[in-house]
Ligand binder design. Sequence first.
Ligand code: ADP
Length: 405
Amino acid sequence: MKILVLNCGSSSVKYQLIETETQMALAKGMVSRIGMSGSLLAHKPFDRPETKVSAEILDHIVAVEYVIAYLTSANHGVIKDKSEIDAVGHRVVHGGEEFKESIEITPELMSTLRSMIELAPLHNPHNIRGITACQKTLPNIPQVAVFDTAFHHEMPPCAYIYGIPYVFYKHNSIRRYGFHGTSHQYVSNRAAEMLGRPMTDINTVTCHLGNGASVAAVKGGISIDTSMGFTPLEGLLMGTRCGDMDPAIILHIMAREELSLHESNTLLNKHSGLIGISGVSSDMREIIAAAQKNHHLARLALEVYCYRLKKYIGAYAAAMGRIDTLVFTAGVGENSPDVRALTCTNLEFMGVEIDEKKNKAAVGKELDISTDDATVRTLVIPTNEELVIAKDTERIVKDHTRRNK
Ligand code: ADP
């Protein structure tokens, strides 16, 4: 099947057209600056160079129209007609407690998704906009929602209940949900394949370190805990997000600085993390470069980042009672030997020991970077969230067709 995978943000649409038989991306690209001046489409067919075009792209509907036009164009296309697209798989950030797995999009589902916007006001409205755009541009083509939260739905209550009055869970759905589920799922599966062991036999700590970052404890294939919480703000230090902190701090700052709710939200989500501590950048490459030039606050930001990650790895090994493999993935995890080395320092006591040469060699590719004697296998695995979305979409569409026969 040919599945169009879409990941819609507030001003962007990332896409891949995936051939599920070969698991190959026929084309991938991104529309950015939607609704702003200087909108841009970057499109890369698998067998030709990337093209970039500036255009006036006012909304997600126009963005999806551009994507379809490039996928089917004579010069840049990989299909002749949009009818060759068998289905669309959408990344939807928040599935709440309702959605424990991927699901075909129906009018009822859309109204449930709309009713859940309160849970993820920063993400779900854009996902919904992308779905609506596809319904207009690709009518009659099945669409599937794949949730970032779904992989974590089997977490036990002791991992997802917060220490506030229980009534907030019952009435307001306030609990840990966790995010990056498709990535944690993909890399934990690949880890089992790389070790040649059944998924059900191994305990994995997966570290997804992108602009947003989270860790998960995957016990026998099931996520039993994860560092992001009710929102993606909790847990690790991230590019621009603060991660864990004493919740009283924000109350204190709001009172002292007379910050509004909106300003406080921006402070924690956009001006904290690596950029907040260092004042240099939210990009780990620039943090490392500045730290190497002895920029004191960049070094401090790097140390806080790795120290917090190390603590989570230890905590999740304890939560699972044993760890067989530690996985690094996403932009920082796949590409930064420095972050991996600093994080794994002094974890020998629990069997994590990485080989300096292998660690340096593992940039953007799958590799076991452990020393030969290490009892925990430390793996670098490039994530492939789009493939998980495409495969789930295919499974659901095929199930649906079978049921309707
Ligand atoms: P997103 O969360 O947006 O999907 P990615 O997974 O692509 O992000 O990760 C982006 C981040 O990866 C960048 O902010 C950058 O800090 C980091 N990154 C990419 N390459 C490197 C590298 N060679 N060394 C360190 N960090 C890197």
